[in-house]
Design a protein around this ligand. Sequence first.
Ligand code: SAM
Length: 343
Amino acid sequence: MSSTTPAKPAVQPSAEMLRMLNAFLTVQALHVAAVLGVADLLAAGPKSLDDLAAGTKADRPSLHRLLRMLTGPGVFREEADGRFATTPLGATLRSDGSDSVRDWALFVGAPEMWAVWAGLRDSVMSGEASFPAVHGAPMWEYIATRPNLGEAFNGWMTRQSRQHNSALVAAYDFSPFRLVVDVGGGQGSTLAAVLGAHPLLRGVLLDLPQVVTRTTPLDEAGVAARCEVIGGDMLRVVPKGADAYLIKRVLMDWGDADSTTILRRCASAMADGGRVLVVEMLMPTGNDPSPAKTFDILMLLNQPGGRIRTEIEFRELFTASGLRLSRVVPTASPNSILEGVRA
Ligand SMILES: C[S@@+](CC[C@H](N)C(=O)[O-])C[C@H]1O[C@@H](n2cnc3c(N)ncnc32)[C@H](O)[C@@H]1O
């Protein structure tokens, strides 16, 4: 008799396809759980449905159905006594914690964004971003008028940055620099990490005026005294004379013409011997799954001309901007650092 273990039955292609198609329900269920703050309510331990309904002001039986559905993918757990508990997976929907993804759950499932996702067909047919067509304004302008959406987006940028920052600081030596400008640096979490690791370095944070009204990461890292904060438009002007211009996860939002404008501004503003450091995901070749491929569709939907680029496309962009791509440094995050020097 053979002792080989029986092969696992293959998942039916149609079952796998249905699983993918029904993911829309999971996304909305996670969004609603995040909006209601269920994971925060469960932070101290399991709670009865009565307590959860009171805490969320939700319809009790419907809340039960929502939580029960989310036991399937392992987000919550129903105990033998009927109380609900959170799992390590569900705990990532809490508003605190270094690996919290609650802000993204708030943003990605928001009705205003759902309307944008529904425009994918139009985007694929026309090549135009769905966001301005749906909301009548570019994403940055629109979210500035919707505090909830803006807070969720900027909050997620800050958190995601934190999750990637140690990888950035570990991969690249900022110690030769005296002044670094973070162009489109959000609320300063990347700059906070860089300045925190290099006590003699000074920084300038440049982002839109409405974004830099809150720069908590700089205060929390105790580096605010070494950092100037500028609310402005990077397409028009960037501060002069720095040794390094960090442009992290910004160019993915822009087409080649605007990206070239941003890079040119940095190239002509930087001190002699300065560096432009573009931090981005690179589009891989081949068929393996990659966050770059999914993000690229997000850019197609949200940002006119936005895209995830290949290394070759970046090399061409640098050349068109008066720069030479001198190095590509991988990091232990999805981002790589593309270092540019004056050509
Ligand atoms: C995808 S976020 C990246 C933020 C940050 N660099 C990070 O890695 O977390 C892009 C940033 O570009 C900023 N931005 C958009 N248009 C801008 C402009 N014209 N001038 C300056 N910043 C801008 C946005 O406000 C946002 O903070």
